[in-house]
Design a protein around this ligand. Structure first.
Ligand code: ACO
Length: 325
């Protein structure tokens, strides 16, 4: 029986111009290039310019994704933007991007699942498309984490960067088998008991301030490998694919050691990991589409390839998605 699948029609990304290297950070806090590279794999990250907002990064990525798809705003009716660093407490940054794109129809809203945001947003948009409620959707991950970092806390400020990535999804009728193009699975999870392990110590309803990111790094690391591996296994179990049949693993880029440990645990060859953490740092909800765009533009990902996306972030939230390009 044929089904409606969400097929990726285009992809785009945007990184702010300013680059902050590990050597730059060593002048700001008691750290070293050697420590950061050895513990995280991060070498540099991009930082948004003064006055450059999450919506600006998101809009650039969205415009590039639409151009890549050969589509315009008249071809879409939904924007789902994943961010934990919105321009304002409200309205949703998605509506600002919508206006900037000159789109005055359809619906736009934000999804808040921190580093898992893009996987969550893909799943939400996929459901709209599968239900026949959208004929084209922009899914954006955009973050300015530099604005919520405590730049005196060496345990966190060295890890994150700013950026945005986006994809355009459109419905396509497919035979309804695991060989179909488009989104094949999405598995989302959260467990609010772990709030204190990774959170921002401010907010409109608690302190009336924006706050700073706080993290128990070692604890997050421990849960990340277990949770991510579990969500990946669900995707494999549902489709009957084995890890060896995955063409490209496009994970949330938090830490090279987390990615290596996860790949090892699920039996994925290291050369199949799309790794951008060295260049981008952890860009939260933007990291998966940023990595996807890098591997598309350099020609690694080809039509028909089976892609495995995953992420884990504050909440905790985590999830996976399997899709055929
Ligand atoms: N430079 C130098 N030394 C540092 C730095 C730094 N930037 N940061 C911490 N240290 C010190 C600590 O103070 C500590 O010193 P001590 O032993 O004298 O007390 C020592 O290094 C070891 O600290 P740990 O926190 O135990 O180091 P660890 O090996 O766990 O690495 C890290 C820390 C990189 C944060 C790691 O735990 C990690 O990556 N965790 C995952 C967190 C993550 O990725 N979060 C992102 C969001 S969630 C997600 O996306 C999965």
């Amino acid at each position: 029986m044929s089904v409606i699948r969400s097929v990726v029609a285009g992809c785009g990304s945007y990184l702010p111009e300013k680059v902050l290297t590990n050597a730059d950070l060593a002048k700001m806090v008691d750290t070293s290039d050697e420590w950061i590279v050895e513990r995280t794999g991060i070498e540099r990250r991009h930082i948004a310019a003064e006055g450059e907002l999450t919506s600006d990064l998101g809009r650039h990525a969205a415009e590039r994704a639409l151009a890549d798809a050969g589509m315009g705003v008249d071809d879409i009716d939904l924007i789902v933007l994943a961010t934990a660093t919105p321009d304002n407490t409200f309205p949703a940054t998605a509506t600002t991007v919508q206006a900037q794109l000159g789109m005055y129809h359809g619906a736009a809203f934000d999804v808040q699942a921190v580093c898992s945001g893009f996987v969550y947003a893909m799943s939400v948009a996929n459901n709209f498309i599968a239900m026949g409620q959208s004929k084209g959707a922009l899914v954006i991950g955009a973050e300015t984490f530099s604005r919520i970092l405590d730049w005196e806390d060496r345990g966190t400020c060295v890890l994150f960067g700013d950026g945005a990535g986006a994809v355009v999804l459109r419905p396509e009728e497919q035979p309804g088998t695991r060989e179909d193009r488009g989104m094949l699975t999405a598995h989302l999870h959260s467990d609010g008991r772990y709030k204190e392990k990774l959170y921002v110590d401010g907010g409109p309803s608690s302190t009336g301030t924006v706050g700073h990111l706080r993290m128990e790094g070692r604890e997050v690391f421990r849960h990340a490998v277990v949770n991510i591996s579990g969500a990946i296994q669900e995707a494999l179990d549902e489709t009957g694919y084995s890890a060896a049949e995955i063409d490209w693993f496009i994970p949330h880029q938090a830490n090279k050691r987390i990615l290596d440990a996860t790949a090892k645990r699920i039996g994925l060859a290291p050369e199949k990991i799309i790794m951008t953490v060295a260049e981008h740092g952890n860009t939260s909800a933007a990291s998966v589409p940023l990595a996807l765009d890098v591997a598309l533009k350099d020609g690694r990902i080809k039509r028909g390839d089976l892609l495995l996306l995953e992420a884990m972030g504050g909440g905790f939230t985590w999830g996976s998605a399997l899709l055929r390009w």
